[in-house]
Design a protein around this ligand. Structure first.
Ligand code: GLA
Length: 368
């Protein structure tokens, strides 16, 4: 059995691909894969849900199937394992999941990671976290997305009861214990963020605009920028020399980088008010500077704050999907009830099991 959780990002949005630290946590909802090695190189995957069964024969340089076909996750996993470690044995695998798909909870990275671990085990290959992090974000590109490494790090290395401070280049992770009495809800905006087509183009646009901004300012990287210049100086320099569409992303990325470190400190200090304030500021920055929110997400975040949350913000790639809602544990049932009333009661298609989840900080696949 391989079991991989979903994740929710607490703070640090659209900055992992600029190699800046982010602060997600794994959640209790998971993808589980029962796996059996085969003598040949056939890879057969069956799903308990509505996705149907798939199979293919492993050969070097696999061709992707049609965009959106879930077999591409198995192909991406097989390609990654085959290229890096060699693949002698295929698998019979059965996938079951209670992690909602296309909700910004990393179900796609969890599936890719799970199938990769399944193939590694079947082939008797033992890997380290660092080696997995060298191949997984890259393998995701086979499926057509161009994200960073946050999701894979969170679903592999999170510890129960903790959030995970993820740093890049060099890759490192650090557990930060979530103080007793702090809790999180994941609330869906009921607008879907498919990371394909137009949304993918929007996501990539933010990434390239952020990179162009650096070039215009003559800065080598965001890491160098935030390490070598005080935040105020960077913002002043940007406002003088950049225009949109580069200015907004630059201001968001540099501001968000500072907020991640402040949020980690606030969590370590047990300062819930400050942590909540940082989540709220992060949402405003994502909405106004990076422009990755949408009306339903803004309304949801507002409704969560009115319901008594200490902080709320969109989480994940944006353009729909979920918000993360931070509150006192004792308040969570009341906030949930108020959100059902103020936000969900006026909308169609709400399923509390999928759209309003109590998020429990859980173990990543390597920690379990
Ligand atoms: C997606 C990507 C991540 C990250 C977030 C935005 O979830 O997969 O790597 O870039 O968007 O923070």
């Amino acid at each position: 059995m391989v079991s991989v959780p979903g994740r929710v990002n607490l703070i640090g949005e659209h900055i992992d691909y600029h190699n800046l630290p982010v602060f997600p946590m794994a959640i209790q909802r998971r993808i589980r894969i029962a796996v059996h090695p085969r003598a040949d190189r056939l890879i057969r995957v069956t799903s308990s849900g509505e996705y149907g069964d798939r199979e293919f024969e492993w050969t070097p340089r696999l061709e992707p199937a049609a965009a959106g076909d879930w077999i591409n996750y198995a192909k991406a996993a097989a390609q990654a394992v085959g290229d890096r470690w060699g693949l002698r044995k295929g698998i019979d695998a059965a996938v079951a999941s209670d992690l909602p798909a296309a909700a910004g909870l990393s179900s796609s990275s969890a599936l890719l990671t799970g199938l990769t671990l399944a193939l590694l085990r079947a082939n008797g290959v033992v890997t380290t976290f660092a080696q997995l992090m060298e191949v997984l974000p890259e393998a995701e590109h086979f499926v057509g997305t161009r994200g960073g490494g946050m999701d894979h790090a969170a679903v592999l290395a999170s510890a129960p009861g903790c959030a995970l401070l993820v740093r890049f280049a060099p890759m490192s992770v650090e557990d930060v214990r979530i103080p007793a009495g702090w809790s999180f809800l994941i609330a869906h905006s009921l607008t879907t963020a498919e990371k394909s087509g137009e949304i993918r183009a929007e996501y990539n646009f933010r990434r390239t605009a952020g990179t162009r901004a650096l070039a215009t300012l003559g800065l080598a990287s965001y890491r160098a920028a935030v390490e070598q210049h005080p935040f105020q100086e960077l913002q002043a320099m940007a406002r003088k020399r950049l225009q949109d569409p580069e200015l907004g992303p630059f201001l968001h990325v540099t501001g968000e980088a500072a907020r991640v470190l402040e949020a980690v400190q606030a969590m370590r200090n047990g300062d819930a008010e400050e942590f909540g304030r940082l989540l709220n500021t992060s949402h405003e920055s994502a909405r106004d500077l990076l422009r990755i929110s949408c009306p339903a997400l803004d309304e949801l975040v507002e409704a969560a704050r009115n319901a008594g949350a200490l902080g709320a913000r969109l989480t994940g790639a944006g353009f729909g999907g979920c918000a993360v809602v931070f509150c006192r544990e004792t308040e969570r049932p009341a906030i949930r009830a108020r959100l059902m009333d103020s936000f969900y009661s006026r909308r169609n298609g709400f399923d509390p099991d999928i759209h309003l989840i109590d998020a429990e900080p859980s173990a990543g696949a390597l920690i379990e």
